[in-house]
Structures are given as structure tokens and as C-alpha cells.
Design a protein around this ligand. Structure first.
Ligand code: 5RP
Length: 229
């Protein structure tokens, strides 16, 4: 059975596909909402080039006939459309529930325009109820996790981050790194936390996407609403 959240994700993805124009180079996000966008985009049959944010999205896009280029080949992108785990004030985001945050951020930062798509349950007054994904290199990751714990304390966050596992094994990102999830609860100062995490050598990146989304297409029971910063 299709849930209302799935229908809303689909509506947001289909609305975003209408933003794409022929000739564009388009960043394709990762996750169930982004997959609806990719399907709707493929159905339009436009002459575009896609840049994927994960192997899963690359596979989906190619299976649907979207011509793909690497980020290196693309250089600057016209538009990127991607999902999010939380949409907070000023279109601050938590991303990385699908472990693709690093490639996502690389593609977002190379894009002239970034549009986040989501069902309305993702919109929150304060970031942090969704555990913050933090991508770390495998070498010395327990040491890095201790430094993450210190950084969280410095940001007045009481949280023990957990190594993400599936079927009893650590989840590996497309880049071969690990993910720690930090159940922050409330992130009062996302910028301070972002800076603190980025200053840790073993941290590759984190799921705080601040000042990156230009707009959001959020689907609810009454249709798709456009939010701007
Ligand atoms: C993947 C992501 C996804 O965009 C995020 O997890 C939302 O996923 P979904 O659309 O399936 O709810 O950041 O790393």
C-alpha cells in the first residue's frame, strides 16, 4: 500500500522535474524522494545531462536512460534537486540518512541552484531530532568518535554518536568511509556545530547543509508548497 508520505514525496519530485529545462546539467539527489524526481525527469525525455550523488542514483538514472556525466566533466551544474531528512529554519538541513552526504554536498556546492524536495513531515522548527550523520574515515574511527563526542559537548549537546551498521556490519559510504549518527535532540547553533565537526581531522563531512538550499518544494495534504530562505 502506498503511504501518504510516499504520495507526497512523489508530488514533490514531480513538481521539481518541471523546473528542468533542455540543455541543463542537473544534479540528481539520493533517497526515496529524489528517486521520484529522477523518474519524473526521465519521463520528460529532455535533452539534459545528469550528475549523480550516489552509485544508487547513478544506477537508477542510467536504467531510465538519463545521460550521465561525472562531476569532474560537468564542472558547474545548473540545478540540483535532492531530498532531506530535516528542513529547519532558513532552509538549514540535515541530510545523510542514505549515507550519501559527502557526494551530495560536493554536487550541491557545484550547483548554481539547489532545490530540496520533501514531504511536509520533514519540516521542523529546530534541527536535531533526526540523528546527525557524520562521515568519518575508517582509520582510527574510535579515536575520531571520541573527538566528535568532545565537539558535541563543546556545543552543549549531550549525545553519544553510534557507528551506523546494517546486518551487523558497518555501513560503508560510496567513498568507503563510515557513518556515525549523533542523536543531538536539539541543535541550537548549527553553524558552530558544523565548524566544530569540520575541524576534526578524521571527519570527512557531516550532514548539516547550511546556506546551500535556495528553495524547497514541500508536499502536504493540500499540495506542493514552495519555501524560500
Ligand atoms: C541521502 C539523503 C536523503 O536525501 C535523505 O535521507 C532523505 O531521504 P528520503 O527522501 O528517502 O526520505 O540525504 O543521503
Amino acid at each position: 500500500m502506498t503511504s501518504s508520505a510516499d504520495l507526497q514525496k512523489r508530488a514533490a519530485g514531480e513538481a521539481a522535474a518541471q523546473l528542468v529545462k533542455p540543455g541543463m546539467t542537473v544534479g540528481l539527489g539520493t533517497g526515496s524522494t529524489a528517486a521520484w524526481f529522477v523518474k519524473a525527469l526521465a519521463a520528460r525525455g529532455l535533452d539534459i545531462r545528469g550528475v549523480s550523488t550516489s552509485q544508487a542514483t547513478e544506477d537508477l538514472a542510467l536504467s531510465l536512460g538519463i545521460p550521465m556525466v561525472s562531476l569532474n566533466e560537468a564542472g558547474t551544474l545548473d540545478l540540483t534537486v535532492d531530498g532531506a531528512d530535516e528542513i529547519g529554519p532558513g532552509l538549514s538541513l540535515i541530510k545523510g540518512g542514505g549515507a550519501a552526504l559527502l557526494r551530495e554536498k560536493l554536487v550541491w556546492e557545484a550547483s548554481r541552484r539547489c532545490v530540496v524536495i520533501a514531504d511536509h513531515a520533514k519540516v521542523v522548527p529546530t534541527l536535531g531530532a533526526f540523528s546527525l550523520p557524520i562521515e568519518v574515515v575508517a582509520f582510527g574511527h574510535l579515536t575520531t568518535a571520541r573527538r566528535i563526542a568532545d565537539a558535541l559537548v563543546d556545543c552543549d549537546i549531550t549525545a553519544i554518536s553510534h557507528l551506523r551498521e546494517r546486518d551487523g556490519k558497518p555501513v560503508l559510504t560510496d567513498g568507503g568511509n563510515l557513518i556515525y549518527d549523533a542523536p543531538c535532540g536539539v541543535i541550537a547553533d548549527p553553524s558552530a556545530l558544523a565548524d566544530a565537526l569540520k575541524s576534526i581531522t578524521g571527519v570527512v563531512d557531516h550532514g548539516l547543509f547550511l546556506d546551500l538550499a535556495d528553495e524547497a518544494l514541500v508536499a502536504g495534504p493540500d499540495g506542493v508548497q514552495r519555501l524560500t530562505r
